[in-house]
Design a protein around this ligand. Sequence first.
Ligand code: ADP
Ligand code: MG
Length: 586
Amino acid sequence: MAIRKLPALVVNQIAAGEVVERPASVVKELVENAIDAGATRIAVTIEHGGRDLIRVTDNGRGIAFGDLPLAVAAHATSKIESSADLEAVTTLGFRGEALASIASISRMSLVSRAAGTDEAGRLDIEGQHRGEPRPASGPPGTTVTVRDLFFNTPARRKFIRADATETARVTQAVEALALAHAQVGVSLACDGRVALELPPDAGTHRRVLDVLGAELEPELLAFSLSERGLVISGMAGRPGIARTTARHQTVLVNGRPVSDRSITHAIREAYRGLIEPGRYPTIVLFLEIDPQQVDVNVHPTKAEVRFRTPSMVHGAVLSAIRRRLREADLTPSFELQRATASPGGGPASGGGPAFGSGSWSWSGPGRSITEFLAVGEERRGESSMEIEVLPVIKHVGEVLQVHSSYLVTQDEQGLIIVDQHALHERVMFETLLEAVSKGNLESQRLLMPAIVEVDAARLDLLEPLGPLFVRIGIEAEPAGPAAIAIHAFSSFLFDRGVEPSEFLLELLDRTAREGVNDDPEAALHETLDMMSCKAAIKAGDRLSDREIAELLAQRERVERSSNCPHGRPTTLRLTIRDLEKQFGRR
Ligand code: ADP
Ligand code: MG
């Protein structure tokens, strides 16, 4: 085939392939245009997940009648003029590509009345058929209507998912932009149903609550930090409202929702040890940065950015969130359920207080308290649905040890229940972390080497694990083709009565299962985690008065003591307020 220039339609459709993946991409581009036009109100309507109809109406500055054809032409924009402008983009759009791309794969109509004019103009485009602008009537501002998305690109149409899925994506896209632009009133209607109604001039705090749900207010910690030209702020969810998906994690850089690996990593780091692996914190994070310090021209949908100094951004985000989490009292509160527990542990509907049901449920939006407690209860196989009021076994001063597993005490807000294993595990972990930050852990020579029988695969792990062993004070070498000799063992574990061969076998088994972690710090943390679990007091261990007092004193001393290293809570609080409610005193 001879080389030839592609027709404009094909060029635009190729661009659309990058920019418009699904209905939510169209909504995002149109809402961005409305924000760039200075709109204070934006109304989004979609039908059938956006596949049949997407309409975005704004009250922004509009498009002049004569400019309507240009607005839908490729590489036509009013937002930048020269390549120098690319060095510091201050608008959401700048590529001049969105309307042209969308018009090439849908039936689009553009109705706009520019500020200060009396008449609107209208332009209809269907694939390559571009009409002429015609006079129309309408209020100041712009309405873009997109029908039959992908009607002429069947391959793309096949990738549209169920209406509910596409609607959820659209909602997420609108929410992210609305979070970033609290001054703008935003509404979203899906198939005639109001999905979002966000009033203008909300202020960031209000807007975050409007989007995430006002009931989350007590669960959110506002944070802010400004250093070296970076202004970081936002709301960080308490560990209890972490989710199984990253959907409730929104990062906004200069008003632009982005997914950025270094920021995501910093968020995960800040929450390390506070939430369980596989869960994502709920967080909205705003980063304001000199536009010259961030390149937004790296991704067709502008979903990614590139920072000039990513490590500075990473460090600042990490310390902003970490500092706030450290300041906060992260002890989750819970309420006694007022109604009888229904099977499955959920709250039963209606009904007055059911005295004596003895069933507790977590009041927060996270997991039920029975789930929390079930962690410690697994060993005993109690029903995980109902926690009975159990007889007190031990009474120490003002602390009770219940079932040799939980410590019950009080603070100024109410009743405190501590999972002795979980708390001690955290204490051990922090102790180890501190020790290892100062050097290799102390090691104890064994009088007789401990011999562990292993298979070839585990024997082969000795070498890659070598550097880790040095850090935790283990000295081991092959002893023939199917055995390992342990010559020295971590004094810490030794003192806590942990059996060297058992520990080594478990470590090898885990590594055989999960592979050698190529991030040595992460591998070290995982191992310290395992060491703390082994060394910690177990559920079922009877504690002396002194041990109890020491453990509770350490709770005050160590960091992140609200959660065990796996992120499960160590402590729960039942507030006096809740008790009063339960007993009908209020
Ligand atoms: P970009 O946003 O990158 O400039 P678009 O293709 O999205 O490219 O839009 C092209 C141009 O059309 C914009 O630069 C702007 O001048 C105009 N435009 C698009 N949407 C609107 C709107 N809602 N209000 C006012 N002008 C708009
Ligand atoms: Mg645009």
